[in-house]
Design a protein around this ligand. Structure first.
Ligand SMILES: [Zn+2]
Length: 186
């Protein structure tokens, strides 16, 4: 039994924050030259190939559907296996520069689970385009979301954390929050 550590003596600094590679990947396409590419834990602001700034963010599915349509039959298998490796391969967040998960992805309210969306209407009319809701999923805790809300009626910006079926009022020191932002990872 000597391998079991007491709770008190367990060094939490030794735990590694990890996430899967695909979650850290941003997918892009270029409107000018039609190229598609992906970046690990990095944002692109211009095309990797022609430097045009007319680029689009793609979802993972969109990216692979486009790639699939451009590949030969025998190349598709390689692509599929690369994709599944990326969804299984764990990345130690500490191994990324400056000990942080650098670029959180920001989404709109549509990615929130139904009960989170329902409760959000207590805070803001999210269907009103004058209000703004940005959502960042916690890369480490499935089903947890950080929200930054702007409410036009009283010109107020505030942060919320959706965690296990409830909102907490929080204040993120940076937006989007990073893994170094402890409040994000309750
Ligand atoms: Zn291009």
């Amino acid at each position: 039994m000597k391998h079991i550590k007491n709770f008190e003596s367990f060094d939490f600094n030794q735990t590694l924050p990890v996430t899967t590679k695909n979650f850290l990947t941003n997918f892009y396409s270029c409107d000018e030259c039609d190229a598609i590419w992906k970046e690990l834990n990095k944002e692109s602001h211009k095309c990797k190939f022609c430097n045009s700034t007319e680029i689009e963010n793609l979802s993972e599915d969109e990216f692979y559907n486009i790639q699939k349509s451009r590949l030969e039959e025998d190349e598709i298998e390689d692509m599929e296996s690369e994709r599944s490796n990326d969804s299984e391969e764990l990345v130690n967040l500490f191994s990324l520069g400056s000990n942080r998960y650098l670029e959180s992805k920001t989404f709109d309210f549509s990615i929130l689970p139904e009960d989170a969306l329902k409760e959000l209407s207590d805070y803001v009319d999210y269907n009103n385009p004058e209000n703004k809701v940005e959502v960042v999923p916690d890369p480490r805790v499935d089903g947890t979301f950080a929200l930054r809300v702007y409410r036009k009626s009283d010109d107020c910006t505030f942060d919320l954390l959706w965690n296990r079926g409830d909102y907490d009022g929080v204040e993120f020191s940076s937006w989007p929050p990073t893994s170094g932002d402890l409040k994000f990872f309750i």
